[in-house]
Write a protein that binds this ligand. Structure first.
Ligand code: SF4
Ligand code: SF4
Length: 177
């Protein structure tokens, strides 16, 4: 489902396009001709509030808030079809990944993603491998003749999450409790 975006010129972030395009690999954003090919082939187009060509247009127009709070940047499956088909070689799927990073930096990360990071931080797995759940998983793996799961080194995972700047999410979650 798409939405109408209306804003006064004075409310636009005119530097947003450059904030994106100055990042390594994102200069292609400025070459978009709004042909819509990316949206016509997008595998998740019916589930996003802004289709790919509209995300690009919104970036170029300075609709930063709308882009960074759009479900489009999180619903994308990163299949890269838009990038492969773009006649102007706009690397949309890569730009989308950058937009995700920008959204996270501004604290605009959907709850389901931040919860996954927090679970990973505390457990080393995106699904907790503890208690009854662990027993169930182990039992099924045994039945199928699969080897035991070797738990990862939690301190290494926590180090990586902290280095990427996402460690604060785990702290925020603890503060909320
Ligand atoms: S296919 Fe490329 S040029 Fe066409 S709208 Fe999408 S990003 Fe822009
Ligand atoms: S990479 Fe994302 S935006 Fe591009 S076609 Fe695939 S799902 Fe759609």
């Amino acid at each position: 489902m798409t939405q109408m975006l209306k804003k006064k010129a004075s409310e636009l972030d005119h530097d947003f396009r450059y904030e994106i395009s100055e990042k390594v690999g994102a200069k292609s954003l400025l070459k978009c001709i709004q042909c819509g090919v990316c949206s016509s082939g997008c595998t998740v187009t019916e589930y996003v509030d802004l289709q790919p060509h509209r995300v690009v247009a919104s970036c170029l127009l300075g609709l930063k808030e709308e882009v960074l709070t759009s479900n489009a940047i999180w619903t994308c499956s990163l299949c890269h079809r838009c990038t492969e088909r773009c006649p102007k070689n706009v690397d949309y799927s890569f730009i989308l990944a950058l937009l995700r990073n920008m959204a996270v930096k501004e604290g605009k990360i959907p709850k389901e993603y931040s919860t996954t990071v927090v679970t990973l931080y505390h457990n080393g797995f995106v699904v907790p491998y503890t208690g009854g759940l662990k027993d169930n998983i182990d039992r099924r793996r045994n039945r199928m003749g699969l080897p035991q799961i070797v738990p990862p080194k939690l301190e290494e995972i926590q180090f990586i999450i902290e280095e990427t700047g996402l460690g604060g999410l785990a702290k925020e979650e603890e503060d909320e409790k």
